[in-house]
Design a protein around this ligand. Structure first.
Ligand code: ADP
Ligand code: DP6
Length: 512
């Protein structure tokens, strides 16, 4: 029986850079763009002497990259050996598999469930699929002279083949692998979390929630997600060779949230030269105390997320982070002032959205009516719709406060970018965002995460306003992605997502 698991991509709507330092917050939304990992056995039957074998088979397939990698997995220390190393592997998947297998083995032995080796000896076949929205299809669309619209994107077959970007270099990689053209939704984090969770679900007693089931939060579920998070975060850091803030992995595991980072020291025991074996390190990881904070935090009802790919080629996040952190480290009072004001403005955005959520619960009908009315009016007329009730007034004020706080965030990010001499909100993006924010029904719009030339996003008052933004962006060559917020993190899926997409691989080849 195959195990199918999915994990979402993310959009950091506020908190870029500041979230690298505790206790600053990041507001991260998980999206309906998901990575899937499908795990099944390779050998249905085993030779009678298989119990004495020291290695089992692992096959990793990435159909979108036309890539299949075969490994041998050591049953002694759970290391993976690439059978054809010259063809290169995928460090995110390799770390995810080794670590998840070692953790499953440790869990099975400590719970008395018995060895997982018989299951491992049947081999692991892992298929990885990423939703199209993780990748840019702009070049193919332009080459085929198709309209740059969401309809064109939705007409592409699911899990289309990915274009490699021949000019980009994977930072720190001496093999200079070509990178894929991506949209910035955090493919490595979603992929790592999906693989870790699928392997743990397949080999151990970890039970993930079913996608869309609305399963309630239980202590057991939380413990299982915490384990998936710890292993995914360790695997992601090991593959990247650095410890970032971790909001992307956290969103891939737990979904939309208010995030405060963990201390890098949590992962110190995983690093290099210590004399612990890999299995000992994994045992240590399982009992590590994570000191970050995470609160589920979706968009309030009727607020809708839209993400666009403006086609400016994207930015290199590590270079932006390097420049901003260098600027920050000088500890000059005027810089501290910008940094601290940004932290406050981020909290104001959070508080505004939280208040809207509360009002949606407490005065639901008024909340919906006010949003509907505001969605067709320019912002400077929102106040005019206030009826005599204080409830309606509270909703309008919360909307305006959230918008103003977000404008403050944008202004301070631009200031920080000027200081650090990096384009966090370059003028072309400013123009696009200002135009978007001046449209009826747009609450706010920004450049997510690290900023730069990557994607843009907007939060609108309902679907109609979202559609209007989509049309306006399309007329400017900004490609809206056919995705929205999906607050659920890593989950079990009922079936292989390709089952309803017969022939998608053939189509996938035709667009490239
Ligand atoms: N569909 C896929 N199958 C296998 N590997 C993939 C797939 N999509 C992306 N990857 C790999 O995921 C990694 C993306 O990592 P990275 O460049 O850090 O992107 P991101 O910023 O989106 O996390 C790359 O190694 C890339 O080759
Ligand atoms: C700067 C940051 O705080 C946010 C970067 O967010 P992005 O969403 O831009 O990330 P990438 O997908 O890696 O480009 C760095 C961090 O928190 O690790």
């Amino acid at each position: 029986m195959a195990v199918v698991v999915s994990a979402p991509g993310k959009v950091l709507i506020t908190g870029g850079y500041l979230v690298l330092e505790q206790p600053n917050i990041g507001l991260v939304l998980s999206t309906s763009a998901r990575f899937y990992a499908i795990v099944k056995t390779i050998h249905e039957t085993l030779a009678p002497d298989s119990w004495s074998w020291a290695w089992s088979d692992v096959k990793v397939s990435s159909p979108q990259l036309f890539k299949e990698t075969n490994y041998k997995l050591s049953l002694r220390d759970y290391s993976l050996r690439n059978v054809a190393p010259s063809e290169g592997g995928n460090p995110f998947v390799e770390n995810a598999v080794s670590m998840a297998v070692a953790v499953a083995a440790a869990r099975a032995s400590s719970s008395g469930a018995g060895s997982i080796n018989p299951l491992l000896l049947q081999g692991l076949e892992i298929t990885i699929l990423g939703n199209n929205s993780f990748y840019s299809f702009r070049k193919q669309i332009e080459a085929q002279q198709l309209p740059l619209t969401v309809e064109t994107l939705t007409s592409l077959p699911e899990f289309s083949a990915i274009t490699r970007n021949p000019t980009e270099v994977v930072s720190g990689d001496t093999n200079v692998l070509p990178e894929v053209a991506k949209t910035g939704l955090g493919s490595s984090a979603a992929m790592t979390a999906a693989v870790v969770a699928a392997v743990l679900q397949y080999l151990s007693d970890v039970k993930l929630p079913l996608h869309g089931s609305g399963q309630t939060d239980t202590v057991e579920l939380r413990q299982h997600l915490d384990l998936v998070h710890a292993v995914s975060q360790a695997a992601h850091c090991a593959a990247q060779g650095k410890i970032g803030s971790g909001f992307d992995v956290s969103a891939a595991v737990y979904g939309s949230q208010r995030y405060v980072r963990f201390s890098p020291s949590v992962l110190a025991s995983q690093e290099g030269s210590s004399r612990q074996t890999f299995v000992e390190k994994m045992r240590r990881l399982m009992i590590e105390e994570w000191d970050g904070e995470r609160t589920p935090y979706g968009l309030p009802p009727h607020l809708t997320l839209i993400i666009g790919e403006p086609g400016y080629g994207g930015s290199h996040t590590p270079s932006l982070v390097g420049a901003v952190m260098k600027w920050r480290k000088a500890n000059l009072p005027e810089r501290d002032e910008i940094w601290n004001s940004l932290a406050k403005a981020n909290l104001r955005v959070e508080a505004g959205l939280k208040l809207l959520n509360t009002l949606a619960q407490s005065v639901g009908k008024t909340y919906t009516t006010v949003l509907e009315l505001c969605s067709i009016l320019p912002v400077d007329q929102w106040q005019t719709i206030i009826d005599t009730t204080s409830e309606g007034k509270a909703v309008v004020e919360a909307l305006l406060e959230t918008r103003t706080a977000f404008e403050t965030v944008r202004g301070l990010m631009r200031k920080m970018g000027e200081g650090a001499e990096v384009p966090l909100e370059p003028p072309v993006q400013t123009q696009l965002l200002d135009q978007t924010m001046s449209m009826n029904g747009v609450l706010f719009a920004g450049v997510p995460g690290a900023g730069g030339f990557d994607a843009v996003f907007a939060v609108t008052l309902g679907e109609d306003a979202r559609n209007r933004v989509q049309e306006a962006w399309s007329s400017k060559g900004v490609l809206s992605l056919p995705i929205t917020e999906d607050p659920q993190g890593v989950s079990l899926e009922q079936e292989d997502p390709r089952t309803s997409e017969v022939g998608s691989a053939l189509h996938a080849m035709s667009i490239n």
